[in-house]
Design a protein around this ligand. Structure first.
Ligand code: FE
Ligand code: CA
Length: 533
């Protein structure tokens, strides 16, 4: 039915195909077996690649290629309820002249007509370009890059850290600049979407920079989440970022519900009902990210923690600090030590026992120069009160599970894990600090460093230093840097030095802000501690 309706609105003159795909490639190479009903020769009235393309999960021999066929992206996708064959190509050059791998994937109705192609047989540590074709339509071309061979002595790694991109708060100018950097990969820590209602939710009056294409209440169903992802992913700057480099996609709270923890949401909903929502949210997350099949959700559960090696240079441990964590103690929010002794209870966890053991095994067995924890919420102790007589720790962060942080840092110290770098986000500011054996004793050993990426757009334009922050920083001598503008981290890592550029834009309320490097901090291998470049 829908296919017929779409046929009637066919336009020509959009990106049409295309010698290289041609009829000769119609035979699938390594395509999956599917005997169901196929929309074999689709014709589209609107661009089926409205959400762009992406790649992710770089390995030495391949990457995941992603797209979603969505001619009417804000209304459930606009596809007939039939599977559709999608052809893909990987080339050694940006004009797609030298195709090295190609095949056919099936975009299934069950997953919103998304495709996740796990391409293998590629060479390590090199750039590739890719595109898709469905019917007579070709996608934009994306650039990606494979990881180096296992054990390779990689001389240099360049990657970005980004997240927190509330659509209404600002433009994705920072993503446009990130795309220009042509990084080896981008770690997205989460808050890719925000689940709350689009109208009337603004931290400050007049904060709304742009409206979602369709006004929407808080989202609960799979179609709601799909439409929210589609609204965000239609942004050309976000599409440019995805087309520039492979992503390692993670989630934080707003992919599901603000401040959720395991089976517990913000509102006290019965857990068995919240898990229905979590299942819908995870399915939509999977559908819109370049993830492996191993991340396909099973009901309300998704396997999100994993490890990526960049030769002997870096071991990147991607953590999941939402699904297996303890609930925020004492009702959450900011709490003093006196008001919330529960934050110190020994059984509190951010990773859960299985993930914590997996992480310890990985760190203990690592032969990498740099040991990286790529995760979501601020890890280091952070007293957010500027009042010398008071303290305030945020219970949603690792400060709400002090014993879990202590266990990890003690493990790092006891096992001599060298060059620990924790990557975080969620705070909507840049922060950088040292990880202390005892955060209350500035003279105690530094066991590593933490780099917290500011938001891409959440919070709006911002300002360099918010009022009152100097008093906060004075109480946290292990914190080396703070900035409250929008941007991302750009890290440049060699066997000797980890250099972090804190990128910012002066405004996101109007287009065209140039990119600035607000600060560059370095960590020397073998010498824990942050210093000026
Ligand atoms: Fe956020
Ligand atoms: Ca968050």
């Amino acid at each position: 039915m829908r296919a017929v309706a779409l046929d009637r609105f066919v336009t020509i003159g959009r990106r049409r195909l295309l010698g290289h795909f041609g009829a000769g490639l119609a035979v699938a190479v390594g395509g999956p077996l599917f005997s169901g009903r196929l929309w074999a020769d689709p014709v589209f009235g609107e661009d089926p690649f409205s959400l762009g393309v992406a790649s992710g999960e770089p390995a030495p021999d391949g990457v995941v290629l992603w797209t979603r066929i969505a001619p009417q992206p804000f209304h459930g996708g606009g596809m007939p309820m039939q599977a559709v064959p999608v052809r893909w190509q990987v080339a050694a050059d940006e004009r797609m002249a030298s195709v090295v791998r190609s095949g056919e994937a099936i975009a299934h109705s069950e997953v919103g007509h998304s495709v996740h192609v796990e391409v293998g047989g590629l060479e390590p540590a090199r750039d590739y370009w890719y595109r898709f074709q469905v019917g007579g339509e070709a996608s934009p071309i994306g650039r990606t890059r494979t990881a180096p061979a296992p054990g390779a002595q990689l001389a240099r790694l360049r990657f970005g850290v980004a997240g927190c991109q509330r659509y209404e708060d600002g433009l994705y100018t920072a993503y446009r600049h990130l795309a220009d950097e042509q990084l080896d990969f981008v770690f997205h820590y989460g808050d890719y979407i925000y689940e709350h209602r689009s109208e009337g939710y603004a931290p400050e009056p007049g904060h709304l920079v742009r409206a979602l294409p369709e006004p929407s209440d808080e989202i609960y169903t799979l179609v709601d989440y799909r439409n929210r992802y589609a609204a965000y992913k239609a942004d050309p700057d976000l599409q440019a970022a995805h087309a520039s480099a492979p992503f390692l996609a993670s989630f934080d709270d707003h992919e599901v519900d603000n401040d959720w923890a395991a089976e517990i949401d913000q509102d006290g909903t019965p857990p068995e009902l919240f898990l229905l929502r979590r299942a819908a949210a995870f399915q939509a997350f999977y559908e819109h990210m370049p993830l492996r099949r191993s991340a396909l959700p099973r009901g309300p559960d998704i396997l999100a923690y994993r490890r990526i090696a960049y030769g002997r240079l870096a071991q990147v441990n991607l953590l999941d600090t939402r699904q297996h964590r303890s609930d925020q103690p004492c009702g959450g929010g900011g709490q003093s030590r006196a008001s919330c002794p529960a934050a110190l209870e020994a059984d509190r966890t951010m990773l859960g026992a299985a993930q914590e053991g997996w992480l310890q095994d990985g760190l203990a067995g690592s032969s990498a120069v740099w040991n990286v924890l790529a995760q979501q919420v601020v890890f280091m102790q952070r007293d957010r009160s500027g009042d010398p007589e008071a303290t305030s720790y945020h219970m949603d962060k690792w400060d709400g599970a002090v014993a879990a942080r202590d266990r990890l840092l003690r493990f790092v110290q006891d096992h001599g894990i060298a060059n620990l770098v924790v990557l975080s986000g969620d705070a909507h500011n840049h922060w950088a600090g040292e990880l202390k054996a005892d955060f209350d004793d500035p003279r105690s050993a530094s066991l590593g460093s933490e780099l917290v990426a500011t938001s891409i757009s959440s919070g709006g334009d911002g300002e360099d230093q918010r009022p009152g922050i100097a008093a906060v920083l004075a109480k946290n001598p292990h914190i080396a840097f703070y900035n409250n503008q929008r941007g991302y981290l750009s890290c440049e890592v060699t066997p000797e030095l980890w250099r972090t550029h804190f990128r910012v834009v002066d405004y996101v309320s109007r287009p065209g802000a140039p990119l600035k490097t607000r600060k560059t901090l370095v960590v020397e291998a073998g010498r824990p501690g942050l210093r000026e470049a």
